[in-house]
Design a protein around this ligand. Structure first.
Ligand SMILES: [Zn+2]
Length: 242
């Protein structure tokens, strides 16, 4: 049965061989976090998470609560991440925890020096991709991922922000297979992992900048009044005569 809190809900993939293996992380604590994205256009959590009451039902049985999920290569694979971020059954962006944070997942494969699945062991989060053109979904999903990372850094002080990296960066360090996620998605919106790490440091709040241009003709007194109010809201105000 799924349980919930404000950021994540838990729906453990108890049938997955990785959950059953339950290999403890070295020192019982994660050394960092890898942010992945799924590489397939389906932003719905039901695709991967077996929690029909929250996510909706996967009519095809292709979620990851099976011994070996069918992954991108089309074959049953020993694979499991810690968490998926995507849309629940009403379209709200949520984080679904499918493994305990402090056991090793099987998600980034191996690079030239080893694997961040095991040693050192990283928490690994998959963000469900859509068509990579919806800015609102992009911001909601990455903002939630950053909030979750900030919370995990509090729970596990062994996680430093410089060790919150993408799969692509994990490969560059020699500890993961050669994939481009999630940098390719970030790049679609002019962002990169440095932006994401800054977002983690700010607690996941994406600031939007607005420019207000007024065209109303007003008296000097009314103008002064408006300026005071706008400045109190943090706007920098310039005026010109028309
Ligand atoms: Zn990946």
């Amino acid at each position: 049965m799924a349980t919930q809190n404000t950021i994540t809900f838990t729906a453990y993939a108890t049938k997955n061989l990785c959950y059953k293996a339950a290999q403890k992380m070295p020192n019982g604590s994660p050394a960092g976090i890898i942010i992945h994205s799924t590489g397939a256009n389906n932003p719905n959590l039901w695709r991967y998470v077996d929690a029909p009451d929250i996510c909706g039902e996967n009519k095809y049985g292709t979620h990851w609560n099976v011994p070996e999920p069918v992954s991108g290569n089309g074959k049953p694979t020993k694979i499991c991440c810690h968490c998926f971020i995507g849309k629940d059954k009403v379209g709200k962006v949520r984080a679904a925890k499918i493994l305990p944070w402090n056991i090793c997942c099987w998600n980034c494969a191996t690079g030239s020096k080893g694997s961040y699945n095991f040693s050192p062991a990283y928490i690994q989060i998959e963000i469900c991709e859509d068509a990579l053109t919806d800015k609102q979904y992009f911001e909601d999903a990455f903002s939630l991922a950053a909030q979750l990372c900030a919370r995990l850094m509090k729970s596990y002080p062994t996680i430093k922000v410089e060790n919150i990296i993408s799969h692509k960066e994990a490969h560059a360090r020699g500890y993961a297979s050669n994939h481009g996620d999630c940098d390719h998605w970030l790049a679609k919106f002019g962002k990169n992992m440095d932006w994401f790490r800054a977002l983690v440091n700010s607690g996941g709040v994406i600031e939007t900048k607005y420019k207000v241009i007024g065209t109303k003709t007003v008296s000097k007194d009314k103008l002064n009044e408006a300026q005071v109010q706008l400045k109190a809201l943090g706007f920098s105000v310039t005026t010109e005569t028309v």
